[in-house]
Design a protein around this ligand. Sequence first.
Ligand code: 13P
Length: 282
Amino acid sequence: MLVNMSDILKDAMQKKYAVAQFNINNLEWTRFILEEVDKLKVPVILGVSEGAAKYMGGYKTVANMVENLIEYLGVSVPVVLHLDHGSSFDVCKQAIDSGFTSVMIDASKYSIDENIKITKTVVKYAKENNVSTEAEVGYLKNNLDTTNTEVMYANLDECIKFCKETNIDALAPALGSAHGPYIGQPNLNFELMKDISEKCNVPLVLHGGSGISDELIKKSLNYGICKLNINTELQQAWANCVRKFLDEDKNVYDPRKIIKSGENSIKEIIDYKINILGTQSI
Ligand code: 13P
């Protein structure tokens, strides 16, 4: 069943667990995720970046693919189809008009006032269409080297102002995490996390979930994190398996066999992360 994420995240916030956002890259990826979460009987958020949407043939293709897979596989858990890091109102509108049930507007590169202005327009359109919204305050880096890189953290007062004025369903503040592989462990600011969660009273999202230790993830559940985004870790595990499979069998040529050779690695990570996040069925 395709749903928006507002009720799911409210439940997570109340009971202090988190729901995973796994990003999808193709049909097989989507199928592996749906099969596994349905087996585990937990809700899931399928994240689609602008690049991934383009790769898969546009928002309509993605929405139709997800809807039809849910029906074909008989998936009974709540599934959120979520635009990841939408860069403008127009992109969010395209996703909403195509059947996405949730969008992230990422206007974090602008000033806080501009970010608020853009986010408000998206929230208005999203609410009219029963679509949930996520937005980012502060800036998240890529491929963070925690040994020598200055991390930028979100500003608490900006987060409070932002949530009050925009009425978003979930906030992704910069808390010390980053997209892509880390060198070292990220320096998550738990005090800031707790303050933002308490003062904004909104479910928090931690981006860059790949490579964060189980201990840090578990701790963050007590400080307001209700959604964890994971992409790189699934990609790396899948790529390692496929590489090994191709190395071991020089004659294989069927793409179905090649892509499927990474299936178990993806499913194992999904299982593992959902257990760490304590995700509950809803
Ligand atoms: P990773 O690729 O680091 O897991 O980050 C995913 C993410 O935050 C998507 O928005």
